[in-house]
Write a new protein. Structure first.
Lengths: 113, 114
């Protein structure tokens, strides 16, 4: 069975400062991990994904995440937040032998001017 | 990435009527489509999984007679909310994938039942 825990329900940062969104997972098999962003009343947009290649994954809009198997973590970072980064972020895990996705509860990011 | 189009983006309907939501994969063949429901400030809840040409598999607690899912082709799945009531008001999102590949999400449908 697979599960995801997003450690922060809400993160508030100032524009231009770093953003860190924390995600821990549990998985029975080799997992694929994803970060999605959702703006209000919109669908989910893929930011980046880890599928057993390089552990440091670079995504769109300056985001990156590092897969740490020993810590079962997949934290999302961005060195400099922009106002447009204000949104809901979901960490998602998928086991190799399962077609279903498991979603974290989400982290709301607000960016202060 | 691949494109999944969901229609309509929002719909308001009267209590007791039925509403159909379409999910189309525009540039790939979707062997599997998923339907999710999202309550305000919450994560996505999987309602059902549909494979082309076969009956949908519903998650526990989801009424199959209320939420009818049809996946008649490799590019189209529909979710029909039958005899809708105000408690069915929610944000519904579909996703589509080709076999075990990455899932692509539609833009969602805001359903309001009055």
């Amino acid at each position: 069975a697979q599960s995801v825990t997003q450690l922060d329900s809400h993160v508030s940062v100032s524009e231009g400062t770093p953003v860190l969104l924390r995600c821990n997972y549990s998985s029975s098999y080799s997992p694929s991990l994803f970060w999605y962003v959702q703006h209000p009343n919109k669908g989910l947009q893929l930011l980046l994904k880890y599928t057993s290649a390089a552990t440091l994954v670079k995504g769109i809009n300056g985001f990156e995440a590092e897969f740490k198997k020993s810590e079962t973590s997949f934290h999302l970072t961005k060195p400099s937040a922009h106002m447009s980064d204000a949104a809901e972020y979901f960490c998602v895990v998928k086991d190799k032998n399962d077609y279903k996705l498991s979603f974290g509860a989400g982290t709301t990011v607000t960016v202060r001017a | 990435g691949a494109v999944v189009s969901q229609h309509p983006s929002w719909v308001i309907c009267k209590s007791g009527t039925s509403v159909k939501i379409e999910c189309r994969s525009l540039d790939f063949q979707a062997t599997t489509m998923f339907w999710y429901r999202q309550f305000p400030k919450q994560s996505l809840m999987l309602m059902a999984t549909s494979n082309e040409g076969s009956k949908a598999t519903y998650e526990q607690g989801v009424e199959k007679d209320k939420f009818l899912i049809n996946h008649a082709s490799l590019t189209l799945s529909t979710l029909t909310v039958t005899s809708a009531h105000p408690e069915d008001s929610s944000f519904y999102i579909c996703s589509a994938q080709f076999w075990d590949s990455e899932a692509f999400f539609g833009q969602g449908t805001r359903l309001t039942v009055v």
